[in-house]
Design a protein around this ligand. Structure first.
Ligand code: NAD
Length: 486
């Protein structure tokens, strides 16, 4: 039987991409990529070794001088072509994402549009990496500041947004004049390999973007971080792995950007527009089937509106059509793998065991694939694990509050600080609460914050650095200061 990916994009690459060539792993090993909707093998992909990773660093280092010297206008045009090519291939890319990740096609289409937008935005930013010139306070000289490309970058991405997490790094790195080695997540390497081919078609010279999928991710990434030519690590993934990589990066004092886990609170005040709050909750919770670092993880709802909010949210969740993401009409696909479904199930069981009520869902449907029902839990006690951990699935735990200060305190009682959502009609309250929430991003009467033009990132243990916006390109540069006297 032919694989469903064969007809996409004129054939999806499954080998490493190093120095502009598609190559097998140096030890010949390959690993399976599984369709989460069926458990079937979609493709086998070259399993990069430490030697392959270092060969990719060689290629990136050789291409570095030429790419950084390429005029910003030319780099911008390449990025703009990449945006056009990605947009032209959007439907095939969306199908590929759905097949390897499981998410419903509408979510995958949304991801491709979002991912391509990073190429367009950074095409526009590539020509605006300006420096500054200022008089020194002493009056004796001038202070000139240049932003130069940081050098060879290692980019490590997660499986939940296989296209967007890669373009959010590759776009600004290319705009700044950096070369790179991307190590995509092993559950979803196909989208990254397909996009690397698109980038070369757009005119990215060989060696500028290298892609090394690797099951043996620990040794492979570690070897690259210990190569002195590597000057930057940009990682998106769990806080746990982020901590390991920060330690690894310390040996060579490698510049790091970390986009880590979240535990987003979603606050609904008694004066909120409930229709808008439920719409926002559906997006903040269910975009990507709940498998997003920005997913609303804990709902704090004022007791005056909690019953009504929970009922409306449960009705909407229960009406969602669950099935293989690739089928028309599906709104919720399977989770990425069996462990993810087991984890969600265990968190729900723990909450229910401690006294939470299932308003809807709360089970794994009886079908092949890694599914979980859209679930709303009420009366969730503070001690339940589900309030402290990233759920990464379609479950909304609801807790009530009576007092603004108490809601803020509970929302902040976590090691994470990526995003928080606030619903209120009182804008003064909304802004006051937004200032007090310990979070890198706030959705105020809005269930989505992600925007390539805005600085995305977290505080506390949700990360370091910002991706997107103008900040995103500066994260791939070093500031060089020249004291000038004339
Ligand atoms: P993960 O941390 O398990 O893996 C992320 C990447 O790191 C993958 O490519 C993986 O192969 C690699 N990796 C794993 N162990 C490694 C090691 N020891 N050394 C080097 N590389 C290693 O995360 P995941 O399960 O792929 O993704 C889900 C996590 O990502 C969630 O915690 C989510 O919140 C987070 N995330 C954060 C953002 C953000 O922008 N803050 C965005 C998306 C996902």
């Amino acid at each position: 039987m032919s694989s469903p990916i064969e007809s996409l994009l004129g054939g999806v690459p499954t080998d490493l991409r190093v120095g502009g060539k598609e190559l097998p792993a140096s030890d010949g090993r390959r690993f399976d990529v599984i369709d989460p909707a069926t458990g079937d093998v979609l493709a086998t992909v070259a399993d990069g070794t430490v030697e392959d990773a270092l060969a990719a660093v060689d290629a990136a280092a050789s291409a570095a001088e030429g790419w950084s010297a390429t005029p910003p206008r030319e780099r911008a045009e390449v990025l703009r072509r990449a945006f056009t090519l990605m947009t032209e291939s959007a439907e095939d890319l969306a199908r590929l994402i759905t097949l390897e990740n499981g998410k419903a096609l509408p979510d995958a289409r949304g991801e491709v549009a979002y991912a391509a937008e990073f190429f367009r935005w950074y095409a526009e930013e590539a020509v605006r990496v300006a420096g500054t010139l200022a008089p020194a306070p002493s009056g004796s000289n001038r202070i000139m500041v240049l932003h130069q490309p940081v050098g060879v970058c290692v980019l490590v991405t997660p499986w939940n947004f296989p296209a967007a997490m890669a373009t959010r790094k590759m776009g600004p790195a290319l705009a700044a004049g950096c070369t790179m080695v991307l190590k995509p997540a092993s559950d979803t390497p196909l989208t990254a390999l397909a996009m690397a081919r698109i980038l070369e078609e757009a005119g990215v010279p060989p060696g500028v973007v290298n892609v090394v999928p690797a099951r043996r991710s620990g040794p492979v990434v570690s070897a690259m971080l210990h190569d002195p030519r590597v000057r930057k690590l940009s990682f998106t993934g769990s806080t746990e792995v982020g901590r390991v990589l920060l330690r690894e990066a310390a040996d060579n004092v490698v510049n790091t950007s970390m986009e880590l886990g979240g535990n987003a609170p979603f606050l609904v005040f008694d004066d909120a527009d409930l229709d808008a709050a439920v719409d926002g909750a559906m997006v903040a919770k269910m975009r990507n089937g709940g498998e997003a670092c920005t997913a609303a993880n804990r709902f704090y709802v004022h007791s005056a509106v909690a019953t009504e909010f929970a009922r409306r949210l449960a009705d909407r969740m229960a009406a969602m059509r669950v099935g293989p993401g690739i089928e028309d009409g599906t709104e919720l696909g399977p989770l990425v793998n069996a462990e993810a479904a087991d984890k969600v199930d265990a968190l729900v069981a723990d909450a229910v065991g401690r006294g939470a009520t299932r308003l809807t869902g709360g089970r794994r449907p009886d079908r092949v694939g890694f599914y979980y029902e859209p679930t709303v839990l009420t009366d969730v006690p503070e001690a339940a694990e589900i309030l402290g951990e990233e759920i990464f699935g379609p479950v909304a735990p609801i807790v009530t509050f009576d007092d603004e200060a108490d809601a803020i305190e509970r929302a902040n009682a976590t090691e994470y600080g990526l995003v928080a959502y606030v619903y209120t009609r009182d804008l003064a309250r909304g802004l006051r609460v937004a200032e007090r929430l310990e979070s890198g991003m706030i959705g105020l009467n809005r269930g989505v914050v992600s925007d390539p033009a805005a600085p995305f990132g977290g505080v506390k243990q949700s990360g370091l650095g910002r991706e997107g916006g103008h900040e995103g390109v500066l994260d791939y540069t070093e500031s060089k200061y020249v004291a000038v006297q004339w």
